[in-house]
Ligand binder design. Structure first.
Ligand SMILES: Cc1ncc(COP(=O)(O)O)c(C=O)c1O
Length: 325
């Protein structure tokens, strides 16, 4: 939806109604530092092309967008319309873009700002408006996943835009047999799917049951436990922390500084397989600065200190098992 609505915005800027007439003649440049795979997919589906992203540099040892580089790129762009895709937070380093600075640049260059906040928007429940998502309220559109930190079943997400009329321009079609009660919002005209199941129900129940304070409790606990695990990993000689922990993901690998890149990747893969085979915890693979790493992502509402103790035990025993083989 982010890609499609931004496309309609660009068309409106250029006197082209893309939803009705197609995108012939549309001149757009898209800027992003670390777009999530789902955004790249969305850009392909929207007809921009997965490869048509002007990459903004990141800050050192981070996935955060370099705002000075974005400023330069926007200034030099020859495109009639500009779209900036920012993150709160990225999938590996959980980096948050400086949205106050990014949105100011977008306003200056009349660019559409989309923020992927699939995970990171929940951070706001803990730190409020002055936290890591500061400035997100200036975005033109935001995506958020409920099936992540809200702990509802797949596949519930939300799309927010400050220009819902663009959403309607993109999605409304004439189908008299589907005509809704005119007094109610027509969700058929506000999303890609026509027929869809009642995904909102588990979201609504969860919000009612736990409320802001309940959700804050588990988000904060996940963040604190991730921090504890990261600190432990940093101190252990068996492991190395790849990126400082900023949110709920601990990125690490078994100690490999003495190994070649190829050997290190192999060792990391074997270690990850061993941990997941052990079955006490489940970790996912990742890539950091071209090298294989492991992601310990904490997001379950029940994750406790005992689980972290179990994780530490499993990591150590799997490591010992692997090096003794
Ligand atoms: C930063 C970010 N954006 C977007 C997504 C897309 O998630 P989904 O395809 O599950 O909605 C994810 C999922 O991992 C994510 O971490």
């Amino acid at each position: 939806m982010g890609a499609v609505v931004a496309r309609q915005f660009a068309g409106n800027q250029q006197g082209i109604d893309v939803a009705q007439g197609g995108m012939q003649g549309l001149s757009v440049e898209i800027f992003s530092a670390c777009p999530h795979a789902s955004m790249i997919k969305g850009l392909g589906l929207a007809g921009f092309g997965q490869q048509q992203i002007t990459r903004v540099n990141t800050l050192e040892n981070s996935e955060q967008m370099d705002v000075d580089h974005l400023s330069l790129l926007l200034k030099n762009s020859k495109a009639k319309s500009k779209i900036v895709i920012a993150s709160s937070a990225t999938v590996t380093a959980t980096s948050f873009d400086d949205l106050e600075a990014v949105s100011a640049l977008c306003q200056q260059h009349k660019a559409w700002l989309h923020v992927d906040a699939a995970f990171g928007l929940f951070e706001r429940v803990v730190t409020g408006k002055e936290g890591k998502t500061k400035g997100i309220e200036m975005a033109d559109s935001i995506t958020l996943d409920f099936h992540k930190w809200l702990n509802v079943p797949y596949d519930a997400g939300a799309f927010f835009t400050r220009q819902p009329s663009l959403l309607v321009q993109c999605c409304e079609v004439d189908a008299p047999y589907l005509t809704n009660n005119e007094a109610q919002p027509d969700f058929l005209a506000m999303g890609i799917e026509n027929s869809r199941r009642f995904r909102a129900l588990p979201v609504w129940f969860t919000l009612l049951k736990y409320g802001r304070e309940g959700i804050k409790e588990w988000v904060q606990r996940n963040m604190e436990l991730a921090d504890e695990l990261a600190n432990w990993i940093e101190q252990r000689s068996e492991f190395e922390l790849s990126v400082p922990c900023q949110l709920n993901v601990v990125v690490f690998r078994p100690y490999s500084k003495h190994l070649s890149n190829e050997q290190s990747d192999k060792f990391t893969t074997l270690f990850l397989e061993q941990v997941n085979k052990d079955g006490k915890i489940f970790l996912s693979p990742g890539v950091w600065q071209g090298q294989k790493v492991i992601r310990a992502a904490l997001s379950n509402w029940q994750t406790s200190k005992e689980d972290i103790a179990l994780a530490k035990k499993s990591l150590l025993s799997c490591y010992k098992m692997l090096v003794s083989e």
